[in-house]
Design a protein around this ligand. Structure first.
Ligand code: BTN
Length: 334
């Protein structure tokens, strides 16, 4: 049986095609030192990854949408200076889930970041899958070991949302908000989601993997099954300012820089220093919401969060504390 094609065999071809220009099959095969049949197998594999490759007799082939490939050196270069050399950054063309890979990675290498161009089993909250087409979004995870279990660990998703929003601030997105517990929204649509997974360690240390899926330039052709309104940075920037999206490598470096600064502060001070910013970005505050809880739907008015990150819900006469991970929220029409 033929051996599966490796990333090392496919990435040079992809780097050549990334500019979106036309390339003759003959030149591509020559460059790779393979036959035309071999080239066609590699092109088919790239198409299985979800890339749109068009071919035309006499012109060769090209990518329907040019790509800026992720590059670990460029991401490292976009980190704040003191972090360069301290934070491990790796990029994979494809993997099952960047969170899974880091949960399985050696803790001795923490802090370490992993990005992938696409995921075959990207995970969202509540066991949902996270749509992860090739080369158009960010799928980014960071493994971090706290020396001791932080008191306010349940609020970490909220602090991560704040740090991510701060990293995006200079894009001046219209109406960027955080939807409890850890969604990034622009207006009425979801721009990204955060998934934090943790493993306790012996001796009281606590390891978390912080994962972000951020829609950058995803096209609707691939998204029919996403069950909620979604948007992308490209769409938001084009609509608001006609500006184009900054480099994914630059964005990833900036987000990682904000995450590490947040994690260091969270270790020392917990959620308290992030709460005012959370309040300013809170999409739900003082709005009517419906929560799907294990006992059924509960309607009420969202009143912000407490120091543990629990949502405060006024339902009739009672104020309830709703903990992360057990509910879905639907914003009632205003
Ligand atoms: C959600 O909104 O449900 C959270 C989505 C989190 C998706 C990211 S993509 C990178 C990381 N790897 C995963 O498998 N999931 C997270």
């Amino acid at each position: 049986m033929a051996r599966p094609l490796s990333e090392e065999q496919l990435l040079p071809l992809l780097r050549t095609l990334a500019d979106g220009g036309w390339h003759s099959g003959e030149a591509l095969a020559r460059e790779a030192g393979i036959t035309r049949a071999g080239l066609s197998k590699r092109l088919q594999k790239l198409m299985q990854w979800g890339l749109e490759i068009e071919t035309q007799p006499g012109r060769g082939c090209h990518l329907a949408h040019p790509l800026e490939l992720l590059d670990a050196d460029l991401i490292r270069g976009a980190l704040p200076q003191p972090l360069q050399g301290k934070l491990g950054v790796r990029v994979l063309a494809g993997t099952d889930s960047t969170n899974t890979r880091l949960l399985d990675a050696a803790t001795a290498d923490d802090p370490q970041a992993l990005l992938a161009e696409h995921q075959t089993a990207g995970r969202g909250r509540h066991g949902r899958s996270w749509h992860s087409p090739f080369g158009t979004n960010l799928y980014l995870s960071l493994a971090w070991t706290f020396p001791q279990w932080p008191a306010a660990l349940t609020a970490l998703p909220l602090a991560t949302g704040v740090a991510t929003a701060d990293a995006l601030e200079e894009l001046r997105l219209p109406d960027l908000r955080l939807k409890w517990p850890n969604d990034l929204w622009c207006g009425t649509s979801k721009l990204g989601g955060i998934l934090i997974e943790q493993r306790g360690e012996s001796g009281g240390a606590c390891r978390v993997v912080v994962g972000l899926g951020l829609n950058v330039a995803m096209r609707s052709a691939t998204t029919a099954h996403i069950g909620q309104p979604w948007t992308t940075l490209t769409e938001q920037l084009r609509a608001a300012t006609s500006r184009s999206v900054p480099s994914r490598n630059g964005l990833a470096g900036r987000i990682l820089g904000h995450w590490v600064a947040m994690l260091e502060r969270f270790t020392r001070e917990g959620f308290a220093p992030f709460e005012p910013r959370w309040r300013a970005l809170d999409l739900l505050r003082n709005r009517a919401v419906t929560l799907a809880l294990p006992e059924g739907e509960v309607a009420g008015i969202a009143r912000g969060v407490d120091e543990t990150g629990a949502l405060l819900l006024d339902a009739g006469e009672t104020r309830r504390r709703i903990l992360s991970g057990e509910v879905t929220l639907r914003v009632s029409p205003q």
